[in-house]
Each structure stands twice: as C-alpha cells, then as structure tokens.
Design a protein. Structure first.
Lengths: 630, 162
C-alpha cells in the first residue's frame, strides 16, 4: 500500500511529511536533516546533485547551480527581469516567452529543476518509510496563478509523482491546526521564511477554505535579519580593531554563522555572547571577536525589517475588507516567526490575539499537506483513531496500596495480567477492588468496581497464584478477571465508561497525584515496609516451626523477639520505615543462618533424610503483591 | 400467524442488502486491520534501525559544539608565532586530548588536502591559485571536517585549486 506524502516545495528549503498511524511525521532526509535545500546542480562531470550536496559546491559552480527556482516556475520570461538580476545562473527566454535556465549549453525549464527536488524528497521518504511513494500533495503560495500551479503540478509529474492536489500554503498551515473543523472563521496566516514574506487572509466554513486576500514582500526574510547582525558585528569589530571582517571571506562566513546562531538564541534568551576566537590577524597578532548582544539591541538593529511586515498585513486586511477585530485565528509559519519582535508585531496587528505556534513553523505547511494527502488517499477516513486510557488502572493490594496494571496514556485495546497471591494462610477468597487514578493509595483513587473470587484451594500464605487480567477493548470497555491458577476458579467484572471521563476530571486527578506525589510515595513506602516486615516475620515463624528443635535456642529467642517487635509495629500501622527495614534485615539474617545451619545438619546426617526448611519466599518468585483477606 | 409471516417476509427482503452491507464492512475492517499491521511492522523495523541514530543525534548536540572548540585549538596553533615552544606543546597536548575523546566516540578527521573536491565530504568556500595542487583538488582546508563512522559529521570547509 503506497503512502501519500505532503510536500512543502519552498523557495529556499523544502520539507516532506507523511501521516503514520494517524499522526503527521516530518521525514528526515538521507543527510539526516528535516529541511532539504531547494538547490539543484549539474557538475562538469555530468552529475546531478540535489539539496545540501548541491549547495556545498555552489561557489565552485555558480552558473550551474540553481536555487530559488520557485521564483521562476510558471512565469513568463518578460515577468522575471528583476529576479534574473539576483541570480548568478543564466536565465533565457524559451518558446512562448517561457523561462529557461541555461546550463552547459542545455536548457532546462524551472519545473524540471523543481522536479529534481521533488524526486529527492520522495526518494528519501520512500527510504524512510520502507515503501514506495507515488502520491503527493504539493503546496504553493496562495498568490500563485494558474500557470504557476500547473507548472508545479507538472514538476510533480516529471518527478514521477501522482499529484493528488496542489494546495495553498496557508490552507495547509490551517489544516495542520485542524482549523478545517471550524465554522465560519477568519484566519490570518503570517509566513516569514528565509527569503520571502507572505500574509494571507482565509475564510473557513464546512471544511472549505477560501483565500480572501494575500499580500507580502518577495524579498524579506530571516536572511535579512542575519545580514543586519553581521553588518553590526563587523562594524563594531572594525571600530575596535580597524579590520573589516567582511573583506575576508572565511571570516565573513564564520560571522554569518555566528550571527544566525545568536539570532536563534535570542528567541529564547535575553542576552547572548558571540565568540569567534582567532577570527583574523594582522601584524600585531591574532584578533578575537567577543561581543555581548542583548535582545533589545537585536530588536533595535532589525526594527525596520519588522516594520516592513506592517504594510502587507494592513494591505491584506483592507483587501479582504475586514478589520483586525474580525480575525479569529492567527497562524505563524516560517522560522523567522520565532523572533519575539515579530511575534509581538503580529499580536499588535491582530488586536492582541495569541497566535497558533505549537506546530514547528518550519514544518507546519508540510504537515498540513501530509494531512490533506492522507485524506485524499482515503487513509484518514479509514484510520481508526486509537484511544488511550486517560488514567491508570489497577487493583488494591495489601496495606491499601494501588498496584497499577495499566499505566495512563496506554493505547487501547490492551490486555495486561499479573499474578498475585494471598496474605493469609488458607485464605479462601480474595477481594478484587478495581481502581482508577494516579495516587499511590487505593483510598485516594476512584473505585470502578469490586468483586470477590471464592473457593481458593487452602494453601499457606503466598502460595496461591491468582492471575488478575485487565482487558480494555477498542470501545474502552474494561473487563477484569481473577483466576485461581490451582483450582481454575474464575470471576470477572465488566466496567464500561472507564475512558469516558471529562477532560477536567482527568486533569484534576492527574494534578492531584502530582501535588501529593511526595507524601503518597512516603505512605506507599511505609505500607511496603510493613508488608515486607510482616511477610519476613511469617516466613521465619514457619521456618522455626518446620525446623523444630534443630533451631539453636538463642537464635530462636532472638528471632521470636524480632517477630514480636515487627508484629507490634505492623499492628500499630507504624510509619517508622527505618526501624521496620532494620528489623526485616535482622530477621532476614537469622533466617539465612537458620537455613544453612539446618542444611548442614541435614547433610551431615544427624537427623536422617528429612527435608530442610522452606526457603524464604516459599520458592515462589511470581508474587508481586498480596491480597488481604477483608 | 400473520404477524410472523410478515416478519419473515421483511427479514428475507432485507437480508441480501444487509449481508452486502456487512460484507462491505468486514472488507473495510479487514483492510484497516492489515493497514494497522503493516504500519506497525514498518514502524517496528524503523525503530530498530533508528535506535543507533537516536543515540547519535543525542550525542550530536554535544559533539558538534565540541568540534567548534577543536577548531579553536587548530586556529590557536596556527597563530603561535613567537610563543615559547612549551606553550605550543601544551596547547597541542590539550588538542590531542580533545581529539582523543572524540575518536573514542568513533569520530575522526576527514583527510582532504590534495583530494578531488567531493561535495559529500567538502563544503567549498572559494577557489585559490595553486602550484602544488591540480585544478579541482582541495588546495586549502579552512575548517577541518569530521566523520562519524561512515557518516559525515561535518564536511571540511575548503578552498579548491583553480
């Protein structure tokens, strides 16, 4: 079954995503990156390079390295004169005033170049998914005309893809936020990428998006912010050291990288240090660049760039004949929208509305395209939305603690079972108290049901094996079964609605558990310390009884004293964990002493062939907890 | 009696349609089941494949900035000039120590000088006139690149002979 992917074919970078098990996943390319540069190169040896690799050789081969093909796709040669000035490769007029790139005497249409990028993305997706990729949804800017859309579609075809649909980038972004489910809303998509700025106003109703207005600046983006920073750093350095770093290509490159890194850091920090040791040298020796940069300074340096976004936003609003108050949702797209100054500008221009930005702004368009692709390929319709258990489920065990069988947020259907045992000798019945919640103690959690398993074969405490199974089917119906492995006796309860809690209720229960986690853990420790001490007391008591007069009197007296102490503490529900643990370990020591003494006596033949004492724990390692007879 | 007959008729009248509907539903359900199985199987295989990468991508975050520090040593050593030999030796020892630490993780420098430019391993920042190297070969390493096992951790930044 071939997968349908969503592709954001960008001016600078492209992204491919796919729906998997109902969730969108951005695909990592063969170089290990989530972004693939939209760059294609033809080398002198006739090789064709795409993406990062093509970018690395661009300076050696500028006339045969095509980037920004998107600025040319589907356009007439006469329309792109100003774009041609910005690129080092040769752009010529083809038949019918079409745009052609000329490389090594051959002409290529922009769609052929874009096809190379699409092919690489599809191949990387296929490698990642382990299956063929044939179908795709490709995004284009909302302002693309029919010719540009058709050419993008053709690029897909050339790449061997079945283009399910060409959709608008702002529409894809809206889909990524599930806004298609909204009724009659107005959405503003603010897209500030590496080199382009687009703002779109959309209307959504009945799952259909309509573009009301678009505006933007085809030459404004994150690269301009970086350049501002580079210029400032270089200028400061020149003032201090008298050397212009922009004249040294290697220094400039290091400076550009450091500027981009500083810009990214200032999205979360208020101050950063730019440090480039040995950035250059003169007759007096090596020079280091070490500068502090505050966010305030950065904002000041880039204020006019941010301001350049205002015009297009106002234009789009006026074209759509609406005011900022009419906007219901704002979506941020493009890495540069991480800049705090850009975000506050967007808030300012939309009447203080909090923008949607939970989906990575570099990937949100591809994610939306992937969702659309899955819908068109019929996957989403068919995908069962797998539910999860909102809270943990378990049973009450000895001492009133909750033992969880199914952890919260486990995907259902699910089945888990565990073996428990009895807490008393000859215990004939166990009570199964089914619980839901995150607290350590049973009484703090929600009771889903109770039942009793009777007719357990008489056995010493800890010997019976009671298998408890929790089974939640796809509809969230929980069946709890308890079975005595020896007698085969079985009892069950079915509880529906264990997953149908309100969100508030779930949140409250989870928050409660977090708030009480420290004291709960302490109380659980106490219970466990008491249980362990009591169980050790029981074992040693039995051991002494079985060994009879083979137990040295002084050992026996000490053991009995310890057992008495433990019983006293357990009876009083003592919370003295340290003392309980001490007594347990003292008793444990005596127990192992007794066992080996009895063993050596037995093997020396003093008492004939009688079997030695039962080792602690009754030789049964499946006991996880014990039920208490109530 | 009459009522029973009516019931019977109604049942038989609806049966073929109902059977068809159920068949269709079963077919859909079965397909969904197969899809889920396939998705899971692919997922499992990929998780196994990615386990190594995950460990690596975790280390990457610390390893890449360390390369930056290593670059610093390279630059410092290139600028030693008149510094006493003992300072240079000390710095070299520090550099070796850091490199050794990275080598223990399977990271090794890419040897580039004189090799034919290869964009898989090299990131070109420019060209230079060279008498030593023939045209198209790496004439100068501006920033050393590193491999991590078979992968390129960071390409070498180079100038290529014209």
């Amino acid at each position: 079954m071939a997968k349908a992917v969503g592709i954001d074919l960008g001016t600078t970078n492209s992204v491919v995503a796919v729906m998997e098990g109902g969730q969108p996943t951005v695909i990592i390319n063969s170089e290990g990156s989530r972004l693939t540069p939209s760059v294609v190169a033809f080398t002198k040896t006739g090789e064709r390079l795409v993406g990062q690799i093509a970018k690395r050789q661009a300076v050696l081969n500028p006339e045969n390295t095509i980037y920004s093909a998107k600025r040319f796709i589907g356009r007439r040669f006469s329309e792109v004169q100003s774009e041609i000035k910005n690129v080092p490769y040769k752009v010529v007029a083809g038949p019918n005033d079409a745009v052609r790139f000329e490389m090594m005497g051959k002409q290529y249409a922009p769609e052929e170049i874009s096809a190379q990028v699409l092919r690489k993305l599809a191949d990387d997706a296929a490698k990642y998914l382990g299956e063929k990729v044939t179908d795709a949804v490709i995004t284009v800017p909302a302002y693309f005309n029919d010719a540009q859309r058709q050419a993008t579609k053709d690029a897909g075809k050339i790449a061997g893809l079945n283009v399910l649909r060409i959709i608008n980038e702002p529409t894809a972004a809206s889909l990524a936020y599930g806004l298609d489910k909204k009724k009659n809303e107005t959405i503003m998509v603010f897209d500030l990428g590496g080199g382009t700025f687009d703002v779109s106003i959309l209307d959504v109703g009945d799952g259909v998006f309509e573009v009301r207005a678009t505006s933007g600046d085809t030459h404004l983006g994150g690269d301009d912010f970086d350049k501002r920073l580079v210029d400032w750093l270089a200028e400061e350095f020149r003032r201090q050291q008298g050397i212009d770093l922009r004249k040294d290509r290697q220094a400039l490159q290091r400076l550009t990288e450091a500027a981009e890194k500083a810009k990214i850091e200032l999205s979360s920090a208020l101050e950063t240090t730019i440090s480039l040791p040995f950035v250059t040298a003169d007759a007096t020796g090596p020079k280091h660049l070490e500068m502090k940069l505050t966010r305030a300074k950065f904002d000041q340096l880039t204020a006019d760039l941010v301001e350049r976004c205002v015009g297009p936003v106002k234009q789009a609003l006026s074209d759509a004949k609406i005011s900022e108050r009419d906007i219901d949702e704002v979506i941020l797209v493009g890495g540069s929208t991480r800049t705090p100054a850009v975000q506050s500008l967007v808030r300012r221009l939309t009447g203080g509305k909090e923008p949607n930005q939970s989906v990575n702004p570099d990937e949100v368009v591809a994610v939306g395209a992937a969702i659309q692709a899955a819908v068109l390929a019929g996957e989403v319709k068919n995908v069962v939305l797998l539910d999860v258990t909102p809270l943990s489920l378990g049973v009450e065990t000895l001492g009133g603690v909750m033992t969880k069988l199914i952890e919260r947020n486990t995907t259902i259907p699910v089945r888990k079972s565990e073996i428990f045992s009895t807490a008393e000798d000859n215990q004939a019945a166990v009570d199964i108290h089914v619980l839901q919640g995150e607290r350590e103690l049973a009484r703090d959690n929600r009771t889903l049901g109770n039942f009793r398993l009777e007719g357990i074969r008489p056995a010493p405490r800890g010997a019976a094996q009671i298998e408890v199974t929790f089974d939640i089917d796809a509809n969230g119906i929980l069946t709890v079964t308890a079975k005595d492995k020896q007698s085969g006796k079985e009892q069950r309860i079915t509880i529906s609605g264990s997953t149908q809690l309100s969100k508030e209720e779930i949140d409250r229960m989870v928050a409660d558990a977090q708030a009480h986690s420290v004291e709960d853990r302490k109380r659980r420790e106490e219970v466990e310390a008491r249980n362990n001490a009591d169980s050790m007391a029981y074992q040693v008591e039995r051991q002494i009884r079985e060994l009879g007069d083979r137990v040295p009197l002084n050992e026996k007296a000490r053991a009995e004293q310890l057992i008495a102490d433990i019983r006293e503490l357990v009876k009083n529900n003592s919370s003295d964990v340290a003392r309980l643990r001490q007594l347990t370990s003292d008793l444990q020591q005596i127990a192992s002493g007794l066992a080996s003494a009895a063993y050596s006596q037995a093997s020396s033949g003093a008492q004939g062939g009688r079997p030695g004492g039962t080792p602690p724990g009754g030789g049964d390692d499946v006991i996880d907890a014990e039920f208490k007879e109530t | 009696m009459e009522a029973t007959d009516e019931n019977k008729n109604r049942t038989t009248g609806e049966a073929p349609a109902e059977i068809e509907r159920l068949k269709e539903e079963l077919r859909r359900e079965h397909e969904m089941y197969l899809r889920a199985l396939a998705d899971f199987d692919n997922y499992r295989r990929r998780v196994a494949r990615e386990r190594l990468n995950t460990v690596r991508s975790g280390k990457r975050e610390i390893v890449l900035p360390l390369l930056d520090v290593l670059d610093g040593f390279d630059l410092a050593l290139a600028h030693m000039g008149d510094a006493p030999a003992s300072v240079t030796e000390g710095l070299e020892a520090l550099r070796r120590k850091l490199l050794g630490l990275l080598e223990a993780q399977g990271i090794s420098p890419i040897v580039s000088l004189g090799e034919t430019f290869n964009p898989e391993l090299h990131d070109a920042v420019g060209t230079v006139e060279s008498e030593t190297f023939e045209s198209g070969a790496v004439a100068e390493e501006v920033q050393r690149g590193y491999r991590w096992g078979d992968d390129v951790l960071r390409p070498t930044r180079v100038r290529v002979a014209r």
